[in-house]
Write a protein of this length. Structure first.
Length: 237
């Protein structure tokens, strides 16, 4: 088993006034040659957008883009004709493929919007651009892991063009568990949204990241109350 620990305070940071963003991996003006990606996981941004502000129309290509709102309402528009709002409890996916342009704005003028922006390298290039959005609020497993992303169109959560599986865990009690990887050639990047958990004797706190690979399973221990994201991705792609 190999592991890597990314303490929250070691992330890249950008403050544009209207946007405050923390980067777990190299992004925009933050460049760290030792933190370019974790396998197929290319970007993990922890964004806070000011009231009424947002990202103007901009292009993407050949990337699987996943947005997970944590607070507030995020307005999305794209050149595929989609005009939607995503909020806490929703999962949004966009396969940029051969090319797509979109914008994202804080829908509200009286509060911030917080969300995770995640990019995954796809296993197919130049696919037809695609948009998907679901609510997982009524599917959440109490004190367990809820699957929110997979490579299968008929599986739980949204699907992407990559052999990757994401799980969101919400716990309000101390609990131990075991995660078994879908593929031994994959790795898992654990990102703590809130609370504390322990893996391999390493204590993880809010916004810490922890990568695990070259194993078929690992155990974790929730200390008391926590919200975590498990991202299983290919290490070679």
């Amino acid at each position: 088993m190999k592991t890597i620990y990314h303490e929250a305070k070691t992330r890249g940071h950008a403050d544009h006034g209207w946007l405050k963003s923390y980067h777990s991996f190299s992004f925009a003006n933050y460049h760290n040659p030792e933190r370019m990606h974790f396998g197929a996981l290319r970007v993990l941004n922890d964004d806070v957008v000011a009231a009424g502000r947002g990202f103007g129309t901009h292009p993407h290509r050949n990337m699987e883009i996943i947005s997970i709102p944590l607070q507030g309402d995020l307005k999305h528009m794209d050149d595929m004709g989609n005009s939607t709002v995503i909020k806490q409890g929703d999962i949004q996916v966009m396969s940029a493929g051969s090319g797509v342009s979109h914008s994202e704005f804080n829908k509200n003028n009286d509060q911030e919007v917080k969300f995770l922006q995640i990019w995954i390298f796809p296993n197919q290039s130049e696919v037809t651009p695609r948009y998907g959005q679901i609510s997982i609020s009524d599917k959440e497993v109490a004190n367990g892991l809820t699957q929110i992303v997979s490579p299968n169109t008929d599986d739980d959560g949204v699907w992407i063009h990559q052999d990757a599986w994401f799980y969101m865990g919400s716990f309000n009690m101390e609990k131990s568990g075991n995660y078994k990887l879908k593929n031994n050639h994959n790795g898992v990047y654990v990102f703590v949204l809130d609370g504390e958990l322990e893996i391999n004797g390493q204590l993880l706190q809010a916004r810490d990241g922890y990568g695990i690979w070259e194993t078929d399973s690992f155990s974790y221990h929730i200390k008391s109350k926590a919200k975590v994201l498990f991202m299983e991705v290919p290490m070679q792609f």
